[in-house]
Design a protein around this ligand. Sequence first.
Ligand code: HEM
Length: 297
Amino acid sequence: MSTPQTGIFALGTASHAYLEFDLRASADGRALVSAVAGLREPRTTMGGVNLVAGFRPELWSRVAPAEDVPPGVEGFNRPLVGSDGYGMPATQHDAVLWLSGSAYDVVFYVARGAIATLGSVAVIVEETSSWAYQHDRDLTGFIDGTENPTLFDAPEVALIPDGEPGAGGSILLLQKWIHDVREWESQPVARQEQVIGRAKPDSVELEDRPADSHVARTDQDEFGKIFRRNMPYGTVTEHGTMFVGFSADQRRLGTMLESMAGITDGVRDALTFFTRPVTGAYYVVPSIPAIRRYLSS
Ligand code: HEM
């Protein structure tokens, strides 16, 4: 399989930063891809930082040769509106850098360097920092990631297969959700479990999970498999979940969102009554060889 960006699969890192950029009017897409290809991260075990780079699908398909472009992938260009008017905003940008490491100091340092390096071609427009909460819980208090594929299976789920255009690349959905903490925490645990569809202490799936539970609305047996790297983010008074989902096929991510919004059958994900997305963007995360083409240009 064509070598993917390895940070996609680097579990266990406690500190993260998501940096989204727009191209400067004076620069072109190729210059942005070249500048990203030239970024250098520290490479010691503890001081090292994982760097994952992605591009607006339309920008990548303009710049890259056909063999590196997964066909039919589109940016999050229009808001997604459910049958009852519930909306998910479209806040597509031109590029994303996702940095993750053992501690925030190294992530902060590398993020500052990356923003400076890209400064002549792109401007940073969205920045979110994330940190681990109670080992593997999201800020609803539930364990997040239980139904993820194992690291042996994840590449097959997340990466475009060899022989197809864009092989070794992935499609990323990055979506920031703000939780309505007061409303969520006013629910008894038994109600919260019905909303998620899993038990709160140990994430065991409920035998009689409701049809509007989150795990029913995103059931991977129905929509196809994805690999999630969600993280908590925010401040004490305003916080939520950074949804970070990778798939070999954009449709899996898109149909999950439609299902959550109730577009498919009018049933809205119960979780969406307690949390709302404030950003939403898709990025093509090319393989390493596809990015390295731009090193010397
Ligand atoms: C505030 C936003 C979100 C929160 C707090 C959240 C939290 C959770 C939790 C606690 C679980 C159960 C444990 C697990 O399997 O990981 C779960 C499952 C899942 N979530 Fe989310 N999630 C959010 C948004 C999303 C979005 C936007 C998508 C898809 C685009 C998604 C896709 C999934 C999938 C595929 C599963 C596993 C379903 C299965 O059992 O097959 N989630 N999520």
